[in-house]
Design a protein around this ligand. Structure first.
Ligand SMILES: Nc1ncnc2c1ncn2[C@@H]1O[C@H](COP(=O)(O)OP(=O)(O)O)[C@@H](O)[C@H]1O
Ligand SMILES: N[C@@H](CCC(=O)OP(=O)(O)O)C(=O)O
Length: 419
């Protein structure tokens, strides 16, 4: 945390607004001061800031957060503008420029867009004293393409910019064993891995303006730590402490004086597999027989046509597809090596029996992420899969079309895999 050169800070709506609605300039300035101090030490900081909808309530005379999408979009339209102006003015006190980045999920579910966003951030951060301020583009995001909560967005952005730390700032000062308003709930200073979250009680949000709640913060934390990025969850009021580069450790180097630290997994997932797991939308799917599920999940093999029972959707080679077990459960996602028509033509057949130009896996082992065997993160999206962390490098599997068995040397080119 203290050494991170690039750091993503996410702040929730409840930490930027007054109890009457509208932005709270004092709290916003205090956050900006803490971030500017970190910028002064040479760190790159990306700020993912919620608060557009909340900031639009008071100017539009709306008493509470609207439930319908159109009014939320109207509030976000007014509020985002106010938020951006406030940040620009507040950061200007420190001679820091802000760059506004508004994203829809489309910007990350399409791989070309994901790369484009990556390039934009890289260029922005190459300038001195520029802080990108990110939010969901609520005004144009329809129900179907919404991230919905900025906690998940922050984890995706952290990976996108190659951050070395993610700081989630909220109205609660740490993760607790249960509802933080109850005296029996205890603060958890350190979460070594996802298993430590078993039994944690998730209470309703303490604020009326936040959307994600603690469940989405935990999903975000597990997504980031699964990609090798440590996470600190702390109160926005403790931002200065949380972002200090010389913050004293209380009990060993991993525990900070404030908040809850989530330890990173040992390896960083490759950008490609991270995107496949957390961001990509599937274009179609294939149903596997039980043997193929075992081969893919337990023996870490490529998916061959012989194990496919059915093909769904109209995907092309290189598209993201879901691999579904015979019981209907999605067991993996991968980049298709063939288009849907080709898979339909060769399904159930041994590689030796198919035309030479089609003699390669439907999904190569290096092109898939397994979704079972991992602890599902709270909130629904798949959690980090330790098995995949071990395999951030290409597998050493080589497909022998005569036997359909993996044998030896690395396979450099996998048809259809976007690189
Ligand atoms: N086990 C828990 N530990 C800490 N906070 C919790 C827990 N369960 C629920 N919460 C609630 O989560 C809330 C933070 O989520 P949210 O309101 O969405 O914040 P933000 O607006 O910062 O995104 C806190 O107000 C807290 O009351
Ligand atoms: N994009 C929305 C915020 C969505 C959100 O995740 O809010 P929060 O739970 O307060 O972080 C906005 O700016 O109002």
């Amino acid at each position: 945390m203290a050494q991170a050169r690039t750091i993503v800070v996410k702040v929730g709506s409840s930490s930027l607004t007054t109890s009457h609605g509208g932005l709270d300039p004092a709290r916003l300035d205090a956050l900006v001061d803490a971030i500017a101090d970190r910028v002064d030490t040479g760190s790159n900081v990306v700020l993912v800031s919620s608060g557009a909808i909340a900031a639009g309530l008071a100017p539009l005379n709306l008493r509470r957060r609207p439930r319908d999408l159109a009014t939320q979009q109207a509030a976000a339209s007014v509020g985002q503008q106010q938020l951006a102006a406030r940040y620009a003015g507040s950061f200007a006190r420190h001679r820091v420029l802000v760059g506004q980045v508004l994203l829809t999920s489309d910007d990350v579910v399409r791989r070309a867009h994901y790369r484009n966003a990556q390039n934009t951030f890289a260029r922005l951060l190459s300038f001195d004293r520029v802080v990108p301020v990110v939010n969901e583009n609520d005004t144009v995001a329809t129900a179907e393409i919404r991230f919905g909560d900025n906690d998940r967005l922050a984890a995706l952005v952290a990976h996108l910019v190659g951050a070395e730390a993610l700081v989630l700032l909220s109205d609660v000062d740490a993760l607790y064993t249960g509802d933080p308003r109850l005296p029996e709930s205890a603060r958890i200073p350190f979460v070594p891995d996802a298993r430590a979250l078993v039994g944690i009680g998730i209470a309703d949000s303490g604020s009326d303006v936040g959307t994600g709640g603690m469940a989405s913060k935990l999903t975000s934390a597990l997504t980031a730590t699964g990609a090798g990025i440590p996470v600190l969850l702390a109160a926005a009021a403790d931002a200065a402490q949380a972002l200090r580069t010389d913050a004293p450790a209380t009990a060993g180097a991993t525990v900070r004086a404030v908040g809850t630290v989530f330890a990173p997994a040992a390896r960083r997932t490759s950008a490609r597999l991270f995107w496949l797991r957390h961001a990509a939308d599937a274009t179609g799917s294939v149903t596997l027989d039980a043997g193929a599920v075992r081969a893919v999940l337990e023996r870490r093999k490529s998916l061959l046509p012989a194990g496919i029972i059915a093909v769904h959707g109209d995907f092309g080679a290189g598209d993201v597809i879901e691999l579904i077990g015979p019981d209907g459960v999605v067991v993996a996602r991968g980049f298709a090596g063939h288009d849907a028509g080709e898979v339909a033509g060769i399904r159930g057949r041994s590689l030796a029996d198919v035309a030479e130009e089609l003699r390669h896996p439907v999904v190569h082992a290096d092109d898939l992420v397994r979704l079972t065997g991992s602890s599902a993160a709270p909130g629904g999206r798949p959690g980090p899969d330790r098995a995949d962390d071990r395999r951030a490098e290409p597998s050493d599997e080589h497909i022998d079309p005569d036997t359909d068995r993996g044998t030896g040397a690395p396979d450099d080119e996998h048809p259809g895999s976007p690189r």
